[in-house]
Design a protein around this ligand. Structure first.
Ligand code: UDX
Length: 436
């Protein structure tokens, strides 16, 4: 099938590449000329495990193309995916100007039946707004489909190639059939394609992300309570997660959820509820809990140093919002760093992938180390802010000889409590006893 993907951000690039992998002819279009040139030359602008080999292969075999020319992209494509940004506007609602702007341009270009698919997370009613734009600018037949992405950064290729489910929201029979054919190779393992109307599909995406964010925030509150009553959140997690109705996943307490989706989507859903005169109380609480949770490690550090961090040299392991990505959008680490700098601490950080992005955001406000032990050199304490595998089983002897004092604040609960006792660390994690 001939496919166009408008927008080569994270979602567009993964979508385009993975659609090419099953034999489709994919043309990706972006306004950013230097980025398009880079991709035409075989270079990827993002880090995502597994993407590079698929990207290179499909580029070489001529199934994946890049252009800045929307007309060229739209000309032959049967299905046009919109993978454009929907950043939060000033009032928390998603800004649809890119999506609607591109829709207008496409509407003016089409000369035969096309399927327009929203892949970006868009508020309920966006398919109708796109329909209005098309009706205003073309007489050609078309269909609008909502097809939300559920990709997790770090495992996006796997999520695309073997999705738990595919949601297709359309009332157009022809579009429904085409979308079903397009996705058939991705659901061979038996997972469902779920068809519904566009509004339900649009809400499904927000409901999924908001539910997961709620699950995490609930667990973060349980962790905070564990500390007060002398319980261990790891035990409680095991105890409740074994119940199938609750499930084991997304029950890890820490320093709050981050990333490009959860914070934005929870906020947008709460706003959309409010616009419809509905006060979504749970979502408001989820956002409050997350704001507090982002400060929890700083509170612990301040308490340990009697509210005086001036001159303290702190080492940080992990900057990205989660492992296996260089993405620092809404990363808890950035909030924590800002608070610590305000308190007068100095910081040396290491992250396996996100250092370039953090350098761009923070410049020389902090120091950057070549590896994790160099970051810990002469530090008063080590802070663990992202659970990269490489931090899970460090060489504790080397760590001990690097650190000035054996103090660890662990925002991701990486180490066994008994191990910390045996190694003689002061160890403060989330929802577990403090080892001192
Ligand atoms: C998420 C959704 O999972 C995905 O389906 C959607 O399409 C986009 O948003 P992503 O943002 O890549 O994906 O990350 P995810 O792995 O879901 O983690 C989100 C945040 O939750 C991270 O900050 C992570 O650290 C945090 N988290 C996750 C926890 O704090 N505890 C957990 O148990 C799980």
């Amino acid at each position: 099938m001939k496919i166009a993907v408008v927008g080569t951000g994270y979602v567009g690039l993964v979508t385009g590449t993975c659609l090419a992998e099953t034999g489709n002819q994919v043309i990706c279009v972006d306004v950013n000329q230097s980025k398009v040139k880079m991709m035409q030359e075989g270079m990827l602008p993002i880090y995502e495990p597994g993407l590079e080999s698929l990207f290179t292969r499909n580029l070489k075999q001529g199934r994946l193309h890049f252009t800045t020319d929307l007309a060229e992209a739209v000309a032959e494509a049967k299905i046009i995916f919109l993978a454009l940004p929907t950043p939060p506007g000033g009032d928390g609602a998603a800004d649809l100007s890119y999506v609607l702007g591109a829709s207008k341009d496409i509407a003016k270009l089409i000369t035969e039946y096309k399927v327009i698919v929203t892949k970006s997370t868009v508020p309920v009613g966006t398919a109708d707004k796109i329909t209005d734009v098309f009706n205003a600018h073309t007489n050609v037949d078309y269909a609008v489909v909502s097809n939300p992405e559920f990709l997790r950064e770090g495992v996006a290729v796997e999520d695309f190639m073997k999705p738990d489910r595919i949601v297709i929201g359309t009332l157009d029979e022809r579009a429904r059939k085409l979308m079903g054919e397009l996705y058939a190779p991705y659901v061979r393992q038996g997972n469902p394609i779920i068809y519904m109307d566009p509004r339900s599909s649009e809400l499904t995406k927000y409901a999924a992300n908001s539910f997961l964010a709620t699950k995490i925030s609930f667990m973060n509150e349980i962790a905070n309570l564990c500390e007060l009553v002398g319980a261990d959140v790891d035990m409680v997690r095991g105890g409740i997660g074994a119940d199938d109705r609750i499930g084991r996943r997304f029950l890890f307490s820490g320093i709050g959820y981050g990333g490009s989706c959860f914070p934005k989507d929870v906020q947008a859903l709460a706003k959309s509820a409010k616009d419809n005169q509905y006060d979504f109380k749970i979502l408001n609480a989820v956002m409050d809990v997350n704001d507090i949770q982002r400060k929890i490690l700083v509170d612990k550090i301040k308490a340990y140093y009697n509210n005086n961090l001036k001159g303290k040299k702190l080492a940080i392991w992990g900057l990205s919002f989660k492992p296996e990505t260089d993405d620092i959008r809404e990363a808890p680490a950035l909030y924590i760093i800002e608070d610590l700098l305000k308190e007068g601490a100095t910081i040396t950080a290491f992250d396996p992938e996100a250092m370039t992005n953090v350098k761009g955001a923070l410049g020389d406000k902090i120091e950057y180390a070549a590896d994790q032990y160099q970051a810990a050199k002469d530090a008063d304490a080590l802070l663990i802010l992202t659970e990269w595998s490489v931090f899970r089983t460090p060489d504790f002897d080397q760590l001990e000889s690097s650190l000035k004092t054996k103090v660890i604040f662990d925002g991701r609960n990486l180490y066994d409590i008994q191990k910390m006792i045996d190694c003689g660390y002061y160890y403060n994690s989330i929802g577990r006893r403090v080892v001192s």
